[in-house]
Ligand binder design. Structure first.
Ligand code: AMP
Length: 415
């Protein structure tokens, strides 16, 4: 069991704020757009699973022999436009990741792709590269990318913008929690790609602002997460609006039955690519924190956070939006460099907080599962489950935020 001894640390500082680098910007011009002519939903299916606490403990920090993947392609082998090759090189991508290596050449031939892969595998570039290449060769091409959360949608947009810099190819992010009127205005301007969350996309389709009848590519990113979040009807609705002969890219970490059925219905003979994701427990040391009767939970947490040499970058999970907010407010009050992301926060606030966490301006981020889903935040040293997650699957996703890129991480769960 994880024990805590008290040391005062400088994880505490006064408040400050910073800017936001995540603003999508482009010039208005006429050309390809999605517009021909409700209600963002966020239904959440709740299924409580009784989890054996022993599953939160794992001292087995065996140093794994790193498996070295030898790609069969280089990026220059792919039959893609030279400008795109240059953009890939500018991102310092030298070798394709396994999912890119195994799927891009098939995708370039127009095949449907089913990728069983998690965040961190390079799946975003695996679908963006073939789609952008299509657009370069035909400026009338459009694509829709459906992602479970605003943060993931914006992460995809950031990578998209890196790839299309200077090419006059534009994307629009349409997510819930951000003003719909601005999104509608953007849709009326030139854009080839819409990246959005299911509820908002359905809303815009129903309003006649997104017309998918000529869309040539659709991506479902983290399909299993969208199922978990109650979006199955929305994603089915979106898929039904696309032509039957469009190309589909389906990515999912797992393949639950409803997603399997969806893929069967909406793809034809897809190329299946499975990328072994690292067993989280291999890189993440897991332990529990038992609160003795009468011990104050937040004091116990602070005793851990005060060990600043260890707890350098900490992601804390709590179940409900209000408990996340309450905890982060209390930590800030106690002088810690903390912030929070959850569904009740304004979109821009969430982006700003994430950026501050990425840039180490704050080192403690308190989050709900939904808000933190799919985020690629490097160098998180500790994940703390301030409240036990509802399912073991959620637990695995949470602790997967640490121990990335072969680094060791620690996951602690209050029980
Ligand atoms: P993703 O799974 O798409 O979220 O990507 C995870 C991380 O890997 C992101 O930070 C990407 O920028 C990075 N990445 C993707 N493909 C490559 C590549 N071929 N070489 C190096 N880094 C990559």
């Amino acid at each position: 069991m994880y024990t805590n001894s008290k040391t005062r640390g400088s994880n505490r500082v006064p408040n400050y704020s910073s800017g936001n680098r995540f603003s999508g910007n482009r010039n208005g011009s006429s050309g390809r757009n999605f517009s021909s002519r409700s209600g963002g939903r966020n239904k959440r299916k709740s299924s409580y699973e009784k989890i054996d606490v022993s599953r939160f403990i794992s001292k087995s920090t065996v140093i794994e022999k790193e498996e070295i993947y030898l790609p069969t392609h280089t990026f220059s082998d792919f039959k893609i436009d030279a400008k795109l090759k240059l953009a890939i090189a500018n991102k310092n991508y030298i070798y394709p990741s396994p999912i890119q290596d195994k799927s891009i050449s098939h995708a370039l031939e127009g095949r449907d792709i089913l990728g069983i892969a998690d965040t961190g595998t390079g799946k975003t570039a695996a679908f963006l590269i073939p789609i952008i290449n299509k657009i370069i060769s035909n400026r009338d091409e459009t694509a829709i990318i459906v992602a479970p959360t605003r943060e993931l949608a914006i992460q995809i947009e950031t990578e998209f913008n890196d790839f299309v810099r200077g090419m006059k190819i534009y994307g629009v992010v349409c997510v819930g929690g951000a003003p719909i009127s601005a999104q509608i205005r953007s849709l009326h301007r030139e854009c080839n790609i819409v990246i959005g969350t299911p509820g908002r996309l359905v809303d815009l389709i129903k309003r006649g602002e997104i017309d998918l009848s000529t869309t040539r590519s659709i991506v479902l990113d983290e399909a299993d997460r969208m199922l978990d979040m109650g979006f199955i009807n929305d994603i089915t609705f979106i898929l039904e609006k696309t032509p039957t002969d469009r190309q589909g890219f389906f990515f999912s970490a797992t393949l639950p039955k409803p997603i399997e059925k969806l893929i069967e219905r909406f793809t034809s003979n897809p190329v299946k690519v499975m990328v072994k994701t690292r067993e989280t427990s291999k890189n993440v040391e897991q332990d529990v924190i038992r609160l003795n009767n009468g011990a104050d939970k937040i004091d116990t947490l602070c005793q851990l956070l005060d060990k600043e040499d260890e707890f350098k970058k900490v992601l804390i999970f709590s179940e409900m939006k209000h408990s996340v907010e309450k905890l982060s407010v209390e930590l800030i009050k106690r002088g810690y460099k903390a912030g929070s992301i959850h569904g009740d926060k304004r979109h821009n606030d969430r982006q700003r907080t994430l950026l501050r966490f990425r840039k180490d301006e704050i080192n403690i981020l308190v989050a709900t599962d939904v808000a933190a889903r799919g985020l690629d935040i490097p160098e998180v040293t500790h994940v703390i489950n301030y409240e036990i997650p509802q399912t073991y699957d959620t637990y695995v996703h949470r602790i997967g935020r640490t121990g990335r890129a072969s680094k060791k991480g620690v996951a602690l769960t209050f029980v």
